[in-house]
Each structure stands twice: as C-alpha cells, then as structure tokens.
Design a binder for this molecule. Sequence first.
Ligand code: GLN
Length: 481
Amino acid sequence: MFSFSSIEEYLRDLLHGRTTCKEAVQYFLDNISSAQHLNAFLEVYGAEALQRAAELDQQRQENPNSIGKLHGVVIGLKDVIIYKNHKLSAASKVLEGYEAVYNATAVERLLAEGAIVIGRQNCDEFAMGSSNENSAFGKVLNAKDNTRVPGGSSGGSAVAVQAGLCMVSLGSDTGGSVRQPADFCGIVGLKPSYGRVSRYGLIAYASSFDQIGIFGHNVADAALVLEVVAGEDEFDSTVSNEPVGSYVSNIKSNSDKKYKIACFRQALEHPILDAEIKTSIFNTIEKLKSEGHEIEMVDFDYLDYIVPTYYILTTAEASSNLSRFDGVRYGHRTKEKNVDLSAFYKKSRSEGFGIEVQKRIMLGSFVLSAGYFDAYFTKAQKVRQLLKKATKEIFSQYDLLIMPTVTAPAFRFGEKSEDPIEMYLSDIYTVFANLVGIPAISLPLYQHSNGMPFGLQVLAPMFKEDEMLQFSDKVMEIKAL
Ligand code: GLN
C-alpha cells in the first residue's frame, strides 16, 4: 500500500523497486476522488498523469542512474500558472474556455526534472483573497474542519497537500497567498525572494509583488522544488542572476550555527493577534534561546502602514494588469448586441469579473486617477521605500526575522466576508515580505485549542533562502522533540 512522507523517501522507494510512479499517481487519484467535496481541484488530469507515470517507470527501469530530481513527483498547479495545452481560468469566468499555448517557466523546469502534473487547483479569482471564498467555481473547504476556510488565495493548492491529494503544489504569493493557507492547513508554505523564480506564465495580479511559491509537507520538499524552479530566465527580466543554491543538500549543513534573530515588538504586541498564538511564539523563542540562538525584540514603527500600502499598490497594479481582459483582446465577451463600445467593455467586464476583482480594479483605478495619484499611489511608493530601507537596516544586524504568519487560525466561512477591512487586516504579517521583496516561509508548528493548526513565519534577507531553509529545518526538529 502506497504512502507518502517525503520526496527523498519516495525516490528511494522507487529506486529500490518498492513502489512505482503509477502506483503513486493512482493513490493520489483515489484520494482526489474520495475528497471531491473539498473542491480543491478544478480539473484533474487522471489519464494523462497515469500515462506519464508509466513512461517514467519504464525510463527508470531502463536507466535508473539518470532520473530527474523530481522523477515521478506528483504535483498540482494553482489555476494561475499555465500548462501548455491545458485550460486555465484564474478561477474566473472571464477566462472560461482559455487554453494555454505555452508552459510557464516553472512548469517547464518541473517537467524537465520528471514531475507529473496531476491537475489544476482552485483559488480566489485572480489570486485576490484570503479565504478562497472569491472563486467563480465555489469555495474550497479546509480538510481539518469543513466549516472553516482553507485560506487564500491558493486555497486549493494548500488543501491538496493537506489532504494528501498530491505531494507538493505550486501556488502564487503576492501578499501571503502561499504562507497564509499553509498556516491554516498545517503545512509548509514557501515564498521565495522577489526575482528568485520566473513569473513567465504566471497570471499577473500585482507584478512587483507576485512570486510563485511552494506548498509541501516538509522543508526539504519545498527546498527541492525551489531548487528546480528558481533561477535566471530569458523570458522574465525581473529574475535575478544571483546563483541558485543547492537548497536541499545545504539544509543539514551548518547545523551548529547559532542565529541572531529579530522579532518585531509591535507585531507580537499587536491587539489583533490571537492570545494563544502570541504565547506559542513566545514559548518557541524561549526554546530557541535555550538552544543558543540570540533573539531580540526590535521596534518596528511602520507595522500599521503596511496593509494600506499593500492594498493601494497592488490594486493599482491589478487595475492595469487586468485591463487586457476587455472582451476584445482577451476574456469573456458579452452576448449583448447593439451596444456602443464603452457599454460593450462595461458589460463584458461586469459579466466576467466577480465582485472582489471588480472592487479592486475600481480601487486601483481610483488611486491612479489624476486627482489622487500623489495622495495615494506616490505616497504608498514612498512608504514602500521606507520599509525597504528599514528592513535592510534590520538585516545588517540580524540573520533572520520571525513573526506570526496570521493573526488567528482559520476562520469560518462567511465570518469575514461582510467586512473587507477586517479581511484585509488579517494579512498584516504576510504582506510585509512582498512589499520589501524578501523570502519568507510558514512552518506548521502549532495547534490551537480550537483544533486548528497555525504556523510560525521565518523571514530572511533577499536571496538568503539557504539560511532561511537551514534554520526552518532546525525549528521543525525542535518541534519534533
Ligand atoms: N490576501 C492577499 C490579497 O488578497 C494576498 C493575495 C495573494 O497573495 N495573492 O491580496
């Protein structure tokens, strides 16, 4: 009987003939079919995945010494990452029927290393949301408690890993969409530095924030996928030429290193933070100190500015990015006849986009409009620069930063949808990394008294994924003790 715990073990089992890729794919397909109520997948590529598994099994038998790093690894893709000859909708009616004509660079690299794509995963429409309640194709349920949200926007990708429907998933993280659902589902969620992974083939939400991220059961699996997808790409000039580390093999190196870690006082003392989360993080700090790490509370006075800054800048970028879905160049076209051009655009876009997306396009157009540009957009850009400067300053004295991932564990459906400000404010701890570009990871360390999991967020300086993953692995070991 197949079971999955880590990619490393799976590859070992394959090479020792203890399992096959076909058996793995069949196992996940069975799990998917018995977990349909979770609504994690928008489409499952069953026959295709089995076929590829059979080919990989044959290749491995013929040539066991030259298998790819992700040979037979069963992976799911958030429905914003394109996969050639497969549909993609960004969980929106606007893109219904669209079929990708090329592969995202990340997908191309996964396939080149032998990965098997099992399906595309539900999410908030155009990756806008924190609860997966904004999908045009229905909400995704948290597998731990079906009355609660899985988080968003990459809810389907998180639940697919949580519920054992694939080994790892790719999501996208513009303001926390990988880390927050990972926290709500009790798994690892990794957002790389801005410019670490190519955005070619990722549907744009806010281009100066977006990064492809990874969900996995453990730090090493996420590190391995990162190693494969990261690095320069001629199709995306924002990707850094900073060399890609050997993230996996480096995880266990430097094992005696003691870290100097900062923790924002204002983050842990924020009134919005759940009391149990606060206590748990303080307990972890004590444990880490007793292991010889140095952890200091530092003042960070900008915390309350980060959510407004994030929502001004991302909606501005979104209003521009989504202008292409006008019913002419791309996207849903109204069937209404005899309307003039501007009514045609309005009709097509109002029919195609859901409420949250419409709201953000309007907000973004407002902050970019002539009369308000300086008061909102320019000001927010200045705050972003200040945040970057302050962050650089902190990392000149500390190796890493720790924070909660989210203010509270997974909430119930409908609980926050009436109050967008409350929903947006719950992103306070995750949007920071995207505003300044740094890498961050959510580690599934804790369980709340309400039964739900929650995580610890570890953040590192730009392109210091290596150190972040090494430390994260240590923290997970402490948890296991
Ligand atoms: N919850 C945030 C938002 O709604 C983050 C989304 C994301 O990272 N894609 O914008």
